[in-house]
Design a protein around this ligand. Structure first.
Ligand code: AHM
Ligand code: MG
Length: 329
């Protein structure tokens, strides 16, 4: 069995010019993910459920676990020497690891440390989503906002961690496609369990909160009606799967195919999800594993030029054929 660390070092050996910085960075993200996984597993007995008592820049109430996960990733990455700085859903501004060793790093990371916060208190799946870019500013100096405000297309790597019935680390690069690792808690290592993950070309399920059916645009409603349609007695309509955590919904789609939708709606012209650390990393993983990711107008998510680190975007993502069906409408 290959561990996450062995896997990234093996990849490194294929490129004589590689410095090992990326595998060091992934080791850091993997370590922080294991620490968060352990916190999630004991949350109910460690008095770390419930609200922390503050509101983040998104105007959402922060949970204790949101805060702990955020602090864990920041501390580990700051300490790891392989990351020049971070953007987190929980921090208003960019976090610059301004010290002589981290200023030499060529990578920056954007992340949602704990996605699906509403699931925390009810022991339902939650996750971490991350995106890695090569910085554009000068090495040796503190990183800058421009390092983060890059199109999704420039992502060097992306991934997510699912804290579900087991903890999984999914990571992808353009060169090495998407690979899945499962945490063996008794050893404390992620092992390669799902090499070269591919989103099935089609599927028969859609993830969408039907509460919003009446406030989305006509075209989205028409697509949902199409998903719901069945000839009498045939049950050939789609299943509606909505776990309330993008990581869990997308994880299912990576294995079974389907479409995940978080559209715009009345009063929320760009939906809810954040372009830089929710939509872009998932779009990157979807595209390199054969799927598609677009926003409501039909533009590729990863073509969007971000103007703000916390900006939002509508998203339609998943199996290629289902996105094409939506595009037709
Ligand atoms: P979060 O980052 O604050 O947890 O919000 C993101 C989550 C997604 O995982 C999920 O798909 C969506 O919010 C659910 O949204 P809603 O609040 O509309 O139910
Ligand atoms: Mg989130």
């Amino acid at each position: 069995m290959t561990t996450l660390d062995e896997f990234t070092i093996q990849q490194l050996r294929l490129y004589p010019q590689a410095t090992g910085e990326l595998s060091g960075l992934l080791r850091g993200i993997g370590l922080a993910a294991k620490m968060v996984s352990s916190l999630v597993n004991k949350a109910a007995i460690a008095d770390i459920l419930g609200e922390a008592g503050n509101i983040n820049i998104q105007g959402e109430s922060v949970q204790k676990l949101d805060q702990l996960a955020n602090q864990t990733f920041i501390n580990v990455l700051r300490n790891s020497i392989y990351c020049a700085g971070m953007v987190s859903e929980e921090n208003d501004d960019i976090i610059v690891f301004d010290d002589p060793k981290n200023n030499q790093s060529k990578y920056v990371v954007l992340m949602d440390p704990l996605d699906g916060s509403a699931n925390i208190d009810v022991n339902m799946p939650i996750g971490t989503i991350f995106s890695i870019y090569r910085r554009v500013s000068e090495l040796g100096k503190p990183c800058t906002k421009e390092d983060f405000l890059q199109k999704g297309d420039n992502q060097f790597g992306a991934g997510y961690v699912l804290y579900g019935s087991s903890t999984m680390f999914i990571y992808g690069t353009k060169r090495h496609s998407v690979n899945g690792f499962t945490l063996d808690n008794s050893v404390g290592e992620f092992y390669l369990s799902n090499p070269h993950m591919q989103i099935p070309e089609s599927g028969k399920s859609y993830s969408f909160d039907r509460k919003y059916y009446y406030s989305v645009s006509d075209k989205v409603r028409r697509y949902i009606d199409k998903c719901d349609y069945s000839e009498e007695g045939k049950e050939d309509n789609f299943s509606n799967k909505n776990y309330g955590s993008m990581v869990a919904d997308m994880h299912r789609i990576f294995f079974k195919g389907g479409i995940f939708m978080y559209p715009s709606r009345i009063g929320k012209p760009k939906g809810k999800l954040r372009l830089m650390y929710e939509c872009n990393p998932m779009a990157f993983l979807a595209e390199i594993s054969g799927g598609q990711a677009i926003e409501e107008s039909g533009r590729r998510i990863m073509d969007e030029q971000p103007e703000n680190i916390h900006e939002r975007s509508s998203i339609f993502i998943g199996s290629k054929n289902l996105i094409n069906d939506f595009l037709e409408i």
